[in-house]
Ligand binder design. Structure first.
Ligand code: NAP
Length: 270
């Protein structure tokens, strides 16, 4: 049996094992998938050991997504641009790192009927997840892409770095006052502490949509804010999670699983 796992600290709560097992069942693949908790300081040795033991691939979750890049033998262009990897594939020489988060977001936005092309798009937060989704968002040709965070420096640095792929307007959350957006993507982790970034009101344009990368209870503060702002469509990041997992599965097994039923089951807690 080919062996796969998600590596994180913590990892026990991860929805990846039930999700990847369903993909395997659905496509008739003989593989195992589990969650393994690895402390940050143990990651490098663990990856060497897993390679020697013949493991085929991994998903990488917090807090290892950035650190794992330096431990890869090869890194895909999209992982390199994001500066983070969420998926490792075995090669004879070592691990090849890739990043399927952006692809997962774009597919789920499409599933949700939240178009990017020609729209005014705002990304909140300038952490690892934001970096992973910016180039895929730019590739969709929005009318405008703004990146905001609590301080101006991170968005400015990122906007400079992403210049070859398209224009990003960097600013602070508070400097958004007076702007209107057709799509607001929350890529902050504020929801995990029951918060949302401090934002001016009336940011959502008429008919606009709000998407949160977080899901579960971490989605609730942003959902409440989006409702207050009269967003026409509001979605959490569970669909993105499943789509990035399906993209990882395809990299490992060479076939794309169906996602709609898996999203439904995870949402129902099954
Ligand atoms: N659905 C999926 O598949 C998926 C995939 C990846 C990530 N995610 C989710 O995306 C979120 C971000 O992940 P990440 O890896 O980017 O984390 P990260 O690198 O730690 O970045 C977190 C960002 O959140 C901001 N932030 C944290 N607390 C805040 C607060 N109280 N108010 C305002 N901003 C705050 C930080 O802001 P500053 O820049 O202002 O300091 C930073 O930019 C997490 O909730 C994660 O679970 C979901």
């Amino acid at each position: 049996m080919d062996r796969y796992a998600v590596l994180g600290w913590p990892a026990a709560h991860s929805k990846s094992p039930p999700m990847q097992r369903r993909f395997a069942e659905q496509t008739g693949q003989r593989m195992t998938y589990e969650a393994i908790e690895i402390r940050p300081e143990a990651l490098a040795d663990a990856l060497k050991r897993f390679h020697a033991e013949g493991w085929k691939g991994f998903n990488i979750t917090l807090p290892h997504k950035l650190a794992v890049v330096a431990l890869c033998e090869r890194v895909s262009a999209r992982a390199c641009i994001a500066g983070a990897a969420n998926c490792l594939l075995r090669t004879e020489a070592g691990w090849s790192g890739d990043n399927t988060d952006g692809e997962g977001l774009i597919r789920d936005l499409h599933n949700q009927g939240m178009p990017v092309r020609g729209r005014r798009v705002l990304v909140l937060g300038a952490g690892g997840a934001a970096r992973g989704v910016l180039k895929p968002l730019l590739d969709e040709k929005p009318a405008e892409l703004t990146l905001s965070s609590r301080n101006p420096w991170k968005p400015e640095e990122i906007a400079q770095q992403f210049k070859p792929y398209g224009a990003i307007r960097p600013c602070t959350h508070l400097a958004l006052k007076g702007d209107r957006y057709d799509l607001i993507v929350n890529a902050t982790s504020a929801g995990h502490s029951g918060q949302i970034p401090r934002l001016p009101g009336q940011l959502v344009a008429e008919g606009g949509a709000c998407y949160d990368l977080s899901y579960g209870t971490a989605f609730e503060p942003f959902r409440a804010w989006a409702q207050e702002q009269h967003a026409e469509k509001i979605a959490d990041g569970l669909g993105m999670l499943v789509e990035q997992g399906a993209a990882s599965f395809e990299l490992w097994r060479g076939m794309r699983p169906q996602t709609a039923d898996v999203i439904r089951r995870l949402r129902a807690g099954a």
